[in-house]
Ligand binder design. Structure first.
Ligand code: PEP
Length: 297
């Protein structure tokens, strides 16, 4: 009897020990991957900035933002197609660390698609990132999940990186917002191989927050990002899920950016309105740069 109790105690202690080791390894791995995941600030100029204005804004941003850019903090400018080649040249000679992105692409490499621009064409002027699934394109151009999936495939297969936007239309409960986002991810991303998926950047953008000045509470954004990461983990495994940057977008500005960026699953921002003024945009970049995950590395 005494012997049995002793054996049971030892067995229990061993079990507890193993569980503690397992949980601490998981926490440590997540922390290491969190600390190595790059932070990112992406400027979406949308259909703004005439020729000279765009060049002036880019010059001001390049000059003031370059000192903050490093492998741990990446900054991407997404002007209209009009400015891409000129900005590409400005960003590469001399190299400024800031990357170039496009707001859209066609999924075919070439052909009779009047008014469209293909991924290889974007590649040739120095574009590295392409926005896909922005709510304005989903809504105003009727871009549906299948078309978005084709665009994502085209971007990845030419060695560029999609910045894939997802988010609910209206304010709703966390549970139904997450269900909407999960469906968007499944419809347009989950056909990708692991290698292609590892190139994707996600941007959670609740549509009701875009350009309205309203935002969810930062803690709710964290909860959503953590739910998104868990969804990716279930599909592609925990390591890959921990490597993917998840940005927040929707009225993110110099006044609220720092609060969003302190949360562990908020890896940066997709910035619309506040990217059109050098001062405001630089402050958003500074807010990310001041976070321990960036400035302590
Ligand atoms: C956007 O359109 O991607 C966006 C985030 O816009 P804003 O920052 O103006 O809400």
């Amino acid at each position: 009897m005494i012997y049995n109790v002793k054996v049971a105690k030892t067995w229990l202690l061993l079990k507890i020990n193993r569980s503690i080791t397992f949980v601490s390894t998981q926490i440590l791995t997540s922390y290491v991957l969190y600390m190595t995941r790059p932070a990112m600030i992406v400027a979406n100029w949308k259909m703004n900035m005439r020729w000279a204005e765009g060049l002036a804004l880019a010059d001001a941003v390049i000059q003031r933002v370059s000192p903050f850019v490093s492998p741990t903090l990446q900054v991407v400018l997404m002007p209209s197609y009009l400015h891409l080649a000129a900005l590409g040249a400005r960003l590469t000679s001399p190299p400024r660390g800031i990357q170039l992105g496009a707001q859209n692409c066609h999924h075919a490499p070439e052909g009779p698609y009047t008014g469209e621009v293909s991924v290889p064409m974007l590649h040739d002027v120095g574009v590295r990132y392409v926005l896909v699934g922005h709510s304005e394109r989903r809504r105003q151009w009727d871009e549906g999940p299948t078309l978005l999936a084709h665009k994502v495939t085209a971007i990845c297969s030419h060695g560029l990186q999609p910045v894939f936007c997802c988010g609910e239309q209206q304010r709703t409960t966390m549970q139904s917002a997450l269900a909407i986002v999960q469906q968007q991810l499944a419809d347009s991303l989950f056909h990708l191989s692991e290698v292609a998926m590892s190139q994707v950047i996600l941007a959670y953008e609740p549509v009701w927050a875009i350009g309205t000045g309203c935002t969810p509470a930062p803690a709710q954004v964290q909860e959503m990002h953590s739910g998104i990461r868990e969804t990716i983990a279930q599909q592609y495994g925990r390591t890959l899920a921990q490597q993917i940057p998840i940005l927040y977008g929707g009225s993110c500005n110099p006044h609220n950016a720092a609060t969003f960026f302190t949360y562990p699953d908020v890896d940066g921002g997709l910035i619309g309105g506040a990217s059109l003024q050098a001062d405001a945009f630089v402050k958003v970049v500074e807010a990310m740069h001041a976070c321990p995950r960036v400035c302590l590395r």
